[in-house]
Design a protein around this ligand. Structure first.
Ligand SMILES: *[C@@H]1O[C@H](CO)[C@@H](O)[C@H](O)[C@H]1NC(C)=O
Ligand SMILES: *[C@@H]1O[C@H](CO)[C@@H](O)[C@H](O)[C@H]1NC(C)=O
Ligand SMILES: *[C@@H]1O[C@H](CO)[C@@H](O)[C@H](O)[C@H]1NC(C)=O
Length: 249
């Protein structure tokens, strides 16, 4: 009986602790987070209506050249990728009591996220950063990821003066531009924040939008943003600084 009594009081203490914890996590963002969780289904694409696709804006920063393998014709880079889209169902009135934040962060697992992939990757991407999205009161969603990716690239010219042309071709894996359309409005591809690689230099970078049709699915176009860059072997290896400057966010 005494054992049972102790077990019960322990259970009681645990329940009390749980209650205190729940109360403690009710911060000024709780109402907004609940609102987002209630209005979010990760499997439902937030189509804006009128047969319009979700517009996803894609930007890329090349942060580091990891590896240049001229034998296999593969290059591995660390990039920062920013995806921005809108989910009107997320919008809240930031003047309302309990909702007075213009933005909050939420793990991307609770949201629909475009299935953007690197089409010319030769192995699975590694998402190096936490996958946490910023959601704004007007319904905008921003997901900023650090990704390590290895792509096929003709590296014959990497030792020459002009260097070798490489690209990262990003697009939705499953959705045509009737459902997900891509744009690249801001930075294109930026070399800001590049950590110097002792042996390789990135000379130029640009971004273009392409719409491709595939033999499988006539009448359907698939959007891609092709981020191109030129990589060249340095004549003299340089010292690599220990930290990079600027986040680009
Ligand atoms: C790389 O691209 C530039 C610009 O499109 C082109 O002029 C050059 O010939 C290309 N170099 C190689 C090695 O394909
Ligand atoms: C999809 O791409 C095709 C080909 O570029 C274009 O004609 C069409 O207008 C695009 N559709 C949308 C909804 O952007
Ligand atoms: C970092 O960037 C800022 C702004 O571009 C610059 O003023 C500063 O000197 C840089 N710091 C280093 C250590 O390079």
């Amino acid at each position: 009986m005494a054992v049972l009594g102790r077990t019960m009081s322990l259970a009681f203490v645990l329940v009390l602790q749980a209650l205190t914890f729940t109360a403690a996590v009710k911060t000024r963002q709780s109402a907004i987070i609940s609102h987002l969780r209630d209005n979010s289904d990760p499997n439902i694409i937030p189509l804006p209506g009128n047969n319009r696709p979700v517009e996803v804006n894609l930007d890329l920063w090349i942060v580091k050249v990891h590896d240049v393998d001229c034998f296999r014709n593969e290059i591995e880079v660390l990039v920062w990728e920013r995806q921005i889209w809108n989910n009107p169902a997320f919008a809240w009135d930031a003047t309302k009591e309990g909702f007075k934040e213009s933005w909050v962060t939420i793990p991307s697992q609770f949201l629909w996220v475009p299935d953007i992939t690197v089409d010319n990757a030769v192995s699975s991407l590694e998402v190096v950063s936490p996958s946490i999205a910023v959601v704004y009161s007007y319904g905008g969603v921003k997901l900023f990821l650090s990704i390590r990716v290895r792509v096929w690239c003709d590296l014959k010219g990497a030792d020459s003066i002009s260097g070798a042309n490489c690209s990262l071709k990003l697009g939705s894996w499953t959705q045509s531009n009737k459902t997900v359309s891509l744009s690249n409005k801001e930075n294109g591809i930026s070399r800001n924040g590049v950590v110097a690689n002792p042996n390789y230099d990135i000379l130029a970078a640009s971004a273009t939008k392409e719409s491709n049709e595939y033999s499988c699915c006539s009448g359907e176009s698939y959007d891609h943003i092709v981020f191109r860059f030129v990589v060249r072997k340095r004549k003299q290896p340089v010292a690599v600084p220990e930290t990079k400057n600027g986040s680009g966010k």
